[in-house]
Design a protein around this ligand. Structure first.
Ligand code: SAM
Length: 232
């Protein structure tokens, strides 16, 4: 069944508005018609079956029928990364959403080349990925912030695995509550010192090959999942 994230409360017999993009996607792209069914979710009320009640150019309406799944939370995993370019941000957000992270924190490191991101675009990518991968929530995406601010605000009780070539093995022990990926040029020496001083950071390796950030995010989250499971 097609899935749509909607910005409306979901309950039996509710009538929910569809915006222009959603109506165009349903009608023009997916060739759906009034009377056909879809699944809707809003991140808090679970997933519901709905019927397309109206589909026009620029808007639409869906009638909520019955709940298909109760709301569940994604595992409480945070992913911080230093985007190398705009497309890295897009890909990392998409893949991290599919792999179940609950918070995405873009950071500016000393060797970063990106100092701005489009939050609206990233939110839209996260929503599309959540619709596609069947999760029931959309990860929160924090504003781009300097690495030092990320570390200053990081909860000391949340172990942070910093992916760094030459780090130690990701292994059994306390599950990292966060992962951090560096920029194309890697972390600067001063940043590695600052990370070491925090007390909650461990440098971890993703193997002997140097991966681009887009690849590293998949490897890091998959290794974490393989060791600690999807719900840890
Ligand atoms: N020359 C850089 C260095 O030595 O750190 C390579 C940076 S790599 C293109 C971008 C980021 O991906 C790194 O900062 C790190 O977070 C992650 N990464 C890539 N390959 C890795 C590996 N084998 N082990 C751990 N992290 C890795």
């Amino acid at each position: 069944m097609l899935r749509l994230f909607v910005d409306a409360a979901l309950r039996e017999r509710a009538s929910i508005p569809l915006d222009g993009d959603q109506a165009a996607w349903l009608g023009r792209v997916m060739r759906r018609r009034v009377g056909e069914r879809l699944a809707v979710f809003n991140g808090t009320d679970g997933e519901w079956e709905a019927e397309i009640a109206a589909l026009e150019r620029g808007s639409g309406q869906a009638a909520v029928l019955q709940r298909l799944r109760p709301q569940t939370a994604s595992p409480d995993i945070w992913l911080a990364f230093a985007p190398a370019k705009r497309s890295t941000g897009d890909l990392v957000v998409r893949q991290a959403t599919e792999l179940g992270v609950s918070r995405i924190l873009p950071v500016i490191a000393e060797r970063s080349v990106v100092d701005r991101l489009n939050p609206v675009r990233l939110r839209r990518i996260a929503i599309e990925a959540a619709e596609q991968c069947e999760r029931l929530d959309v990860p929160e995406i924090a504003p781009l912030a300097p690495l030092k601010d990320l570390l200053a605000g990081w909860p000391a009780t949340r172990p942070l695995a910093v992916c760094h070539p030459g780090g130690g093995a990701m292994q059994v022990g306390p599950a990292p509550g966060g992962l951090l990926l560096g920029p194309e040029g890697g972390f600067a020496a001063g940043e590695l010192d600052a990370l070491a001083e925090t007390g909650f950071v461990r440098l971890v390796s993703l193997g002997p090959r140097i991966l681009r950030a887009e690849t590293a995010v998949v490897a890091a989250l998959s290794i974490r999942q393989a060791i600690w499971g999807n719900g840890a």
